[in-house]
Design a protein around this ligand. Structure first.
Ligand code: FES
Ligand SMILES: [Fe+2]
Length: 472
């Protein structure tokens, strides 16, 4: 459905809010303040400039921990993924001892990429397709064809693949290109524990998409850092989430979270007597009768929490460590610098922005959908709990889905979709970018309800100034 049609269909008169988003600074428990020390200027250079792009590479992309992939993709020795960031490519492999090796995806002979596919598996070695140099799973140079033709000889130890830092947390693989990085556990702090009940490590990839966007990576992050736009471009949300009273926590290093109540109507609008169509559909999916909620729309969230716990147990989903809020609500973590993670107990979206290698006004928008495994014998209960039903059904085949790569035009012409909501965002992002690249644009002006944007950019400025604190 086109963006404007959605708006017309769902929009009704909007009142001024009598409550507002709550914003709180939250420390990780150590002595690192959640407050950044620098202040960013959100101007044309910040979003469009090549100098800013280069500085971000030097101070952020090569200094911060980045999500490179999903640990489940590397179950067996020889399984590998590649992760491209700006002009670099990193190769991560499960080694024979069960560990992980992360190296630059660069052959030491004359620099060819060892792998160009996003994931795969090798038996014992990575072999460069150009002249056949081969490297062990840990990156050690093993074999050089016609080795005696290299007159001075080849020192295998010196010509092994160049390693980078790698770590795991919450089922995700993280890499860091710095020589002496901030430890991953300090970088993530209490977020590791917050995410633990969702058990990402038990989930499977059910869909993976990359959209090539005509927008700076930060333009996309900003879009997913505020709900000020939701009533306007996602009018359908007013009938199933409460964005007005979102709770926001602002963490050290630039991470943030939104906690948005689900299974409710937005209280900016009159509460209807009957559940609106989207909530009715959600109730029916949970096996509840919307007719039972006549005049009781404000009781739906609690009913959904109770019913989801029942259905979850039947589907084999373990909700025991989740609070009731986590069962019904949509929490969205923005993990500095480039990942937006929307978490629900059955399904997680990892939306990662990667900068283009040369053009600051382009980026790659990856969306990886993880879902709890569906049992072969299941009676479809688990499928209704997982939002992306088609993808979850495909999971039953046991095949990991291939990465779909497409452009913004493919989304706007309807041939590809990243869900109705994300498609609506994608429609606007290139226009935001074009506007910020105009002589008619001075600097972004932010409301208190856009504090996540301010927090992210001020921490970005702090990283760019090389002022990253470490816990003592
Ligand atoms: S560039 Fe890899 S073997 Fe020659
Ligand atoms: Fe949006």
């Amino acid at each position: 459905m086109a963006v404007m049609e959605v708006r017309k269909k769902h929009c009704w008169e909007r009142a001024e809010a009598d409550m507002w988003q709550e914003n709180s600074f939250v420390a990780f428990g150590g002595d690192v303040s959640p407050q950044p020390t620098e202040r960013a200027t959100l101007d044309r250079e910040h979003y469009c400039g090549k100098a800013t792009m280069q500085k971000e590479f030097d101070t952020v992309w090569t200094k911060a921990w980045l999500i490179a992939g999903i640990e489940r993709d590397l179950e067996e020795p020889g399984d590998f993924i590649t992760f491209d960031i700006a002009h670099e490519s990193i190769l991560i492999t499960r080694t024979e001892d069960g560990g992980l090796s992360a190296v630059y995806n660069v052959c030491q002979h004359r620099g060819n990429r060892l792998h160009i596919q996003p994931y795969g598996s090798v038996a014992r070695a990575h072999t460069c397709p150009y002249h056949g140099w081969s490297y062990g799973l840990d990156g050690t140079l093993l074999n050089v064809p016609d080795r005696d033709r290299f007159s001075p000889g080849v020192d295998c130890a010196a010509k092994s693949l160049k390693s980078v830092n790698v770590g795991t947390s919450n089922g995700l693989i993280w890499v860091n290109l710095a020589v002496d990085p901030l430890p991953l556990e300090d970088f993530l702090g209490s977020l590791v524990g917050e995410l633990m009940p969702y058990r990402l490590e038990a989930m499977h990839v059910v869909r993976e998409q990359t959209c090539e966007l005509d927008a700076n990576w930060k333009t996309v992050i900003d879009n997913f850092a505020e709900v000020y736009h939701v009533d306007f471009i996602h009018a359908q949300h007013a009938s199933f989430v409460n964005c007005r009273d979102a709770r926001v926590d602002l963490f050290p290093y630039g991470h943030t979270v939104f906690r948005v109540d689900g299974y409710v109507v937005n209280p900016r609008y009159p509460v209807p007597d009957e559940p609106p169509p989207i909530l009715s559909g959600a109730l029916q999916a949970l096996g509840l009768d919307p007719g039972d909620f006549h005049g009781r729309v404000d009781e739906i969230r609690r009913a959904a929490q109770v019913q989801k716990r029942k259905l979850g147990a039947r589907a084999g989903f373990d909700y025991s460590a989740l609070t009731d809020d986590q069962v019904s609500d949509i929490w969205q973590y923005n993990l500095f610098p480039n990942t937006i993670m929307t978490v629900k107990p059955e399904e997680v979206w990892i939306m990662r922005q990667r900068p283009h290698p040369t053009d600051p006004q382009k980026c790659f928008f990856d969306k990886i959908t993880l879902a709890m495994p569906v049992r072969q014998s299941d009676d479809e209960t688990s499928l209704v709990l997982i939002g992306d039903v088609e993808a979850a059904k495909a999971m039953k085949s046991g095949q990991r889905p291939e990465r779909e790569v497409f452009t913004q035009a493919d989304v706007t012409n309807g041939s590809m979709s990243m869900t109705e909501t994300v498609d609506q965002d994608i429609f606007y992002l290139p226009y935001m970018q074009a506007g910020m690249n105009s002589a008619g644009f001075d600097e972004a002006v932010l409301s208190d309800d856009e504090n996540r944007i301010r927090h992210f950019h001020d921490w970005l400025a702090t990283w760019m100034a090389g002022q990253i604190p470490r816990p003592s």
